[in-house]
Design a protein around this ligand. Structure first.
Ligand SMILES: *Cc1c(COP(=O)(O)O)cnc(C)c1O
Length: 396
């Protein structure tokens, strides 16, 4: 029986390859860090991890993970509502709510699940979801699983959002959904204006803080801090898999009744395993560290400005950013691939993105800065960019 589809899949794979869209995985043979070892033994500087605070290999989190395992075991072998809830899970949920200034939190195995399970329990065909066109795939999938009417507005375009909100007056409840930071440009959602429109048109607001939590705002509390809106957003989703240690785990935090309904009805919560004690205990430790100091955020913000300014001074075309994502625009798809490959030869690990991940003729290299990058790391990266930029005719 497999013969026919096997042939079909071969053809599909071939066409992915011939379009140059085949994703190959680079093998890393060291822990995740700003300096990593790759398969051939080379050590390279890593500028493409979501390791914004340098916590992925932090000794205090490794220690806390071990403690969690020693005191509460390896796995939960259960979903939360059967026998998968430990005291640690409740503690971490409370820490997340404190961090974001929200009422309550529900943990998931990943933010993909948080976004996948947030809409369907809350909204029906009588309601409207108004979603930014550049929202993450998991939001798009979550919306698809829900019967609400769908509206899509152009990225961060408030005139378009207003038009969609006017149309959506036909529905019972409305929610505006946006990423906090958009991962390809590094721009932040204009939360102040979104909030104004939400008030004017009687809509709730949901923000996905995956790339902004821990990063954006003076103390890293995300876009709600940046726009001085703590406690005023109805739903926040986020991940423990990026700035917050980078292991795994996601959450939805916000209004009490919303979180309570999710605990009763959200399918990825009800029908998927509980986050393991090692990860949960490390998460608690991480939020304890965040509560003590925002030194890491200060360092990250200094590093990001430093890198941006030097790259601009070197003559690169950089998208405006308010996050730790820096898009170095090259426009041409092939150039972005050649450029990234040459940078790897120079010991700099970055990824070139091109259509369909970004719009046609908008190819770029995305650089992700970390608080753990030292100035000499940043300088080495900038020097390599400059050298290759001259070689490939990007810089004059
Ligand atoms: C990474 C990301 C997710 C998925 O988070 P996981 O915890 O890795 O599943 C969801 N939304 C956005 C905006 C993201 O960047």
């Amino acid at each position: 029986m497999y013969g026919k589809i096997k042939e079909h899949l071969h053809k599909e794979l071939e066409s992915i390859r011939s379009e140059g869209l085949f994703k190959k995985e680079r093998i890393i043979t060291s822990p995740q860090d700003v300096e990593i070892e790759v398969e051939n033994g080379d050590r390279v500087l890593n500028f493409c991890a979501n390791n914004y605070l340098g916590l992925s290999n932090h000794p205090a989190l490794i220690e806390a993970a071990k403690e969690g395992m020693d005191s509460r075991g390896f796995g939960m072998s259960s979903v939360r509502f059967i026998c998968g809830t430990q005291d640690l899970h409740k503690k971490l949920e409370a820490r997340i709510a404190e961090y974001f200034g929200t009422e309550e939190t529900i943990l998931y195995a990943a933010c993909f699940d948080a976004n996948g399970g947030v809409f369907e329990p809350l909204f029906s065909s009588e309601d409207a979801i108004i979603s930014d066109s550049l929202n993450h795939a998991s939001i798009i999938d979550g919306v698809r699983l829900c019967k609400a009417q769908r509206y899509r507005y152009k990225n961060a375009d408030m005139a378009d959002l207003e038009e969609k909100l006017r149309e959506a007056q036909a529905q019972r409840f409305r929610i505006i959904v946006t990423d906090g930071v958009f991962s390809m440009d590094g721009n932040v959602a204009p939360m102040d204006k979104i909030n104004e429109l939400a008030e004017k048109y009687d809509a709730m607001v949901m923000v996905d803080e995956c790339h902004s939590a821990g990063v954006v705002g003076k103390t890293g509390r995300g876009v709600t801090e940046l726009f001085n809106m703590r406690g005023r957003v109805d739903i926040i989703t986020g991940t423990l898999g990026k700035a917050f240690g980078g292991a795994i785990g996601g959450f939805t935090t916000g209004r009490k009744e919303i979180i309570e309904i999710l605990r009763q009805r959200s399918r990825p919560y009800l029908f998927s395993n509980s986050v393991p004690p090692s990860v949960v205990n490390a998460g608690i430790k991480m939020f304890d560290m965040m509560a003590e100091t925002h030194e890491l955020q200060d360092k990250l913000h200094i590093n990001t400005s430093y890198f941006m300014e030097k790259m601009k001074a070197a003559g690169f075309d950089i998208k405006p950013t308010q996050s730790a994502i820096i898009a170095v625009m090259l426009y041409d798809a092939k150039l972005s691939q050649d450029f990234a490959a040459r940078l790897l030869d120079e010991g700099i690990f970055v990824i070139g993105f091109y259509f369909p991940v970004v719009p046609k003729d908008q190819a770029r290299i995305r650089v992700q800065v970390s608080a753990a990058h030292r100035t000499d790391h940043l300088d080495k990266c900038i020097a390599a960019f400059t050298k290759i930029g001259r070689e490939l005719g990007v810089l004059g």
